[in-house]
Design a protein around this ligand. Sequence first.
Ligand code: UDX
Length: 445
Amino acid sequence: MNLTVIGTGYVGLVSGACFAEMGNRVTCVDVDQTKIDGLKQGHLPIYEPGLETIVERNFKEGRLGFSTCLADTITESNLFFIAVGTPPGEDGSADLQYVLAVAREIGQLMTQYSVIVDKSTVPVGTADLVHAAIQEELDKRKVEIEFDVVSNPEFLKEGAAIDDFMKPDRIVVGTESPRAQDLIRQLYAPFNHNHERTIFMGVRDAEMTKYAANSMLATKISFINEISNLCELMDVDVENVRRGIGSDGRIGFSFIYPGCGYGGSCFPKDVQALIRMAQGVDYVPEVLLSVEKRNQQQKRWFTRQLEKRFDGNLSGMTFGVWGLSFKPGTDDMREAPAKVLLADLLAAGAKVLAYDPVAMETAQHELPAEWFESGDVTLVGNQYEALQQVDGLLLVTEWKPFRNPDLAAMSRTMRKKIIFDGRNQYEPDYIRNEGFEYFGVGRLG
Ligand code: UDX
C-alpha cells in the first residue's frame, strides 16, 4: 500500500517506519525542513530504542521517504495519517490548528478516493471538523471526490514504541464506512499476529477511547500516590500494600507504582483535555480534577521531604539529582517531575548537580539558561560526579544504572549520606545498613 504520514514526531515517525517495515511504501511529511533533511541523512529527531535501525533500513530499501511537501506524495497515495501535534492551548484544551491545517491541505490536493486517518490524540468530534475542513476545500475547487475520515488513536509508549506498535494489545479504529474499514483492515493485517486485535467502533467512540485509556492509567497512578501519602502519615509500608492489592486480578500490578508523579507528553495533556471536554458539556469531572491535582502535588514530594528533613532551610545546600527525563528510556522532559523539583530547589536557595544517561542535551535546551549561567544547576558527566560534596541524592528517574549503585563510592564523596528515592528503587533496610539515611515514597521512615 502507498501511504503518507504527516508529522514526524513520536507517533508519526514510529508509525511511518513500522508501516514501511511491513512492506508498505510510506512518505513522511513534515513542514520542518531541518528535520526532514536530518532524517534523509539518518539523524532522528527523537531518541527511541530500535527506531534508527528501522528508519535506516527502510529508507535504503526505498520503502520510506521524507518530504516537506504534501503535493509530492498526493498522486500516489490514498491513505493519509495525520500525526501532527495537538499541544494544550492556554485553557488546557487540545489545540487543533495543525490538524485542521493539514486537513485543508489534503482537501486542496486530493485527486482520488482517500481515507484520512486521525492518528494524533484529538478531542471527541475532531473527525467531523477534519471532514468539514476537507469538504470545504473540495467545494472551493468545485470537485466531487469521496473520502472518509477515520479515528485510529495510537497507544505506544515512549521507550517501547517499536514493540508497542509492532505487537499492539489492540488496534482501535473508529469509522462508519465499510470501504474505509476494508482499507484499514488490510493495512493492519500484519500487526494482528495470531489473533484479531482490531476493534472497530464509531469515530467518536475511538476518539474517547484514547482519552479514557490514558486517564484511567493516570488515575491508577494518582490513586496509589494518594495511598502512599496516607502510608507516610500512618506508619504503613506502601510496598506491602502495593503487593497486597496488585495480586487481586481485578486490580493488577501495572501502573500502581507510587512515585514523584507522572509526566510525559500524554498523561498530563490528555487528562487536562478531557477535563476541558467535560466542561464543554457542562459536566464537572470530579475524578479527573482530583487525578490532575494529586499529580501536581505529588511532583513536590521531594520538596516536602527535604523541607521536613532540613527544617525548611535548604539555603546554601547542594543536591545530586539522578534522572531528568520523565521516565527511563527516553530523553523527553515534557512535564517531567525533575523540572518542578529543580525550580523548587533553586527557589529555596539550593544548588544542583544533575545527571541523566540520555536527557542531558534536552536539559540544556529545556531548562532556563540562567539556571546554568548562575551556576545553580550543573550538568555533570556521570552519576557519581553528581554526588561530589552533596547534601543528599535525589533519585528522580529510575534508569537502570541507578538501580544498583556503588554505595561505597557514594559514601566517600557525599557530604551527607542521605538518599531521597522518588521511585522506590532501593530496599530501605539494605541502604540503611550501609550507613545512609533513606526516604522512599510511602515507605516507613
Ligand atoms: C503513555 C501511555 O502508556 C501510552 O499508552 C500512550 O500512548 C501515551 O502515554 P508514556 O507517556 O510514553 O505512555 O509513558 P508511560 O510509560 O505510560 O509512563 C507515564 C508516566 O507515568 C511516567 O512519568 C511514569 O514514571 C509514570 N508512572 C507509570 C508511575 O508513576 N507509576 C506507574 O506505576 C507507572
